[in-house]
Ligand binder design. Structure first.
Ligand SMILES: [Cu+2]
Length: 136
C-alpha cells in the first residue's frame, strides 16, 4: 500500500526528471571554455569554444542542429538567418575547429562567439556569447 506522502514524493521525483530531460533537450548555447570573461591575456592567446545542444560540423551542407563556430572581434552578434560576414573581425572556423590562437595588439576587446549553420547563416544572438578581454 502506498501512503499519500510516498505518492507525492514519487510525483515530485517524476516531475523533476521530466523537467530536466526537457531542459536538456532544448538547452542550446555556446560558451567560452577560455579565456574567462574579464581576463587579461598575452598575445597570442588561446580561445576555446564549446557548444551544447548542437553538433559541430564543418561548413558545407546545412544539417539541422549543427554548425560551426565564429569569433567576432569588437562586433555585434549576427541576427538569426543572416550570413556571418567574411572579414578581419568575423573569423570562421569552417573546418569544425573548437579552438584557435588569436593574435591582437594590446588593448581592450569584446570577443563574441557566434554559432552558424553549414552555409554560415547565423543561429542568432541566442547562440552567441560575448566576453571582454584585455590584451596586455
Ligand atoms: Cu562560417
Amino acid at each position: 500500500m502506498i501512503t499519500a506522502t510516498q505518492m507525492v514524493g514519487r510525483l515530485v521525483a517524476a516531475t523533476l526528471i521530466s523537467a530536466s530531460v526537457a531542459a536538456g533537450a532544448f538547452a542550446q548555447s555556446v560558451s567560452f571554455v577560455e579565456p574567462a570573461d574579464g581576463a587579461v591575456v598575452s598575445s597570442p592567446f588561446k580561445v576555446k569554444f564549446a557548444v551544447s545542444g548542437m553538433d559541430v560540423k564543418p561548413a558545407g551542407e546545412i544539417v539541422a542542429k549543427s554548425g560551426h563556430h565564429h569569433l567576432l572581434i569588437n562586433a555585434e552578434p549576427v541576427k538569426a538567418g543572416e550570413s556571418v560576414p567574411f572579414d578581419a573581425t568575423h573569423l570562421h572556423f569552417g573546418k569544425g575547429q573548437t579552438e584557435t590562437d588569436v593574435t591582437l595588439p594590446p588593448g581592450a576587446y569584446t570577443l563574441t562567439m557566434q554559432f552558424a549553420n553549414g552555409a554560415h547563416q547565423s543561429y542568432g544572438p541566442e547562440m552567441s556569447k560575448t566576453i571582454k578581454v584585455t590584451v596586455k
